[in-house]
Design a protein around this ligand. Structure first.
Ligand code: CDT
Length: 316
């Protein structure tokens, strides 16, 4: 019998600097209840879901940043209600947060996402690997994108878990721009990839029409899902956070590359779809039968070279 799972993306509208973790958690709980009312059993929340998108701000005092934005434990007294409600409703979820942790005596900070089972247990953890933006202060810019200052590159790799009768992988925001990230998950059999994002409507680095930024978001999602034969859930935090706009367009994409559900607002909003998880397996057996068709002996450069170098062939 085909495996079906009703999956949801629970999009968050803006969280402002003045909003507390408890405020954010209360909104996540409301979204969870909406998703439950729609029949969802698995819910994907955004990246950094408990605070405003703080990498847009420069702070001199890291202690203040730690206090305001990082989780020292997950769950914490403020975030526990989300775990309690999810367990009560029997819903599994993905959620992103800023993680501060001491590893071998050293304080480290990661942009992290976790998979939580319907029993409230943390099943998997991913620490964001592709960190966009910059580490130095750019006072002349309209806003900052300081992920390279506030986070280290994740040290857990790209992994998948047996989760709710699926093979589930996690990514975070900027990872969606890098096909290698999806392929590494697909090579471990991922049937569903969950990803939270915060994407500014304006491009910090060069002028770009907002509609083009959304276009890129959509084509990336469709191609990544299709070329890796996975379900893909991408959930935004969006709207004007203290005047800084981020786009919505949360999505559920089928392994065929078809968008089966999409948000229409830049507010709190749940979208839901009854996913045939086996559709991923069908494509993995046919067009994207990796074992039959991939030629990794010709892909060496992908791991040996980071930046592009012009190295033309010398003969025909
Ligand atoms: N959160 C995050 O990774 N946002 C980036 C912004 C890129 S522009 C510096 C994204 O890829 O959506």
């Amino acid at each position: 019998m085909a495996r079906h799972l009703r999956i949801a993306a629970a999009q968050l509208g803006p969280l402002h600097l003045a909003d507390s973790r408890a405020d954010a958690t209360a909104r996540l709980v409301r979204l969870l209840r909406d998703a439950h009312a729609m029949g969802a059993r698995y819910v994907v929340f955004p990246e950094l879901a408990f605070t405003t998108f703080f990498p847009r701000y420069w702070y001199d005092d890291q202690d203040e940043v730690d206090r305001r934005f990082y989780e020292f434990t997950m769950p914490s007294p403020e975030t526990q209600p989300l775990f309690d409600e999810a367990r009560k409703l029997g819903i599994g979820f993905y959620v992103g947060y800023a993680e501060r942790v001491v590893e071998q005596g050293v304080v480290r900070r990661y942009n992290t996402a976790i998979l939580v089972g319907p029993d409230g247990r943390i099943v998997g953890k991913y620490r964001k690997i592709h960190l966009p933006g910059h580490a130095e202060h750019k006072p002349e810019a309209a806003f900052q994108h300081l992920e390279k200052k506030y986070f280290e590159v994740g040290n857990l790799g790209f992994r998948v878990w047996k989760f709710m009768d699926m093979v589930a992988g996690m990514l975070i925001c900027n990872d969606r721009r890098w096909p290698e990230a999806f392929r590494v998950l697909a090579l471990q059999g991922a049937e569903i990839v969950s990803l939270g994002f915060n994407t500014p409507t304006e491009n910090l680095h060069y002028p770009e029409p907002p509609a083009l930024r959304v276009h890129h978001h959509l084509i990336m999602a469709q191609s990544m899902a299709f070329q890796n034969a996975t379900w893909l859930v991408e959930t935004a935090k969006c709207g004007f956070e203290d005047g800084n706009r981020m786009f919505g367009h949360s999505l559920i994409v089928a392994p065929t590359g078809e968008i089966v559900a999409k948000s229409v607002s830049e507010e709190d909003e749940v979208i839901c779809f009854n996913a045939d998880i086996d559709l991923a397996c069908d494509l993995k057996r046919t067009m994207f039968d990796f074992a039959a068709h991939r030629r990794p002996e010709h892909y060496r450069l992908i791991v040996d070279r980071v930046g592009a170098e012009v190295t033309p062939a010398e003969g025909p």
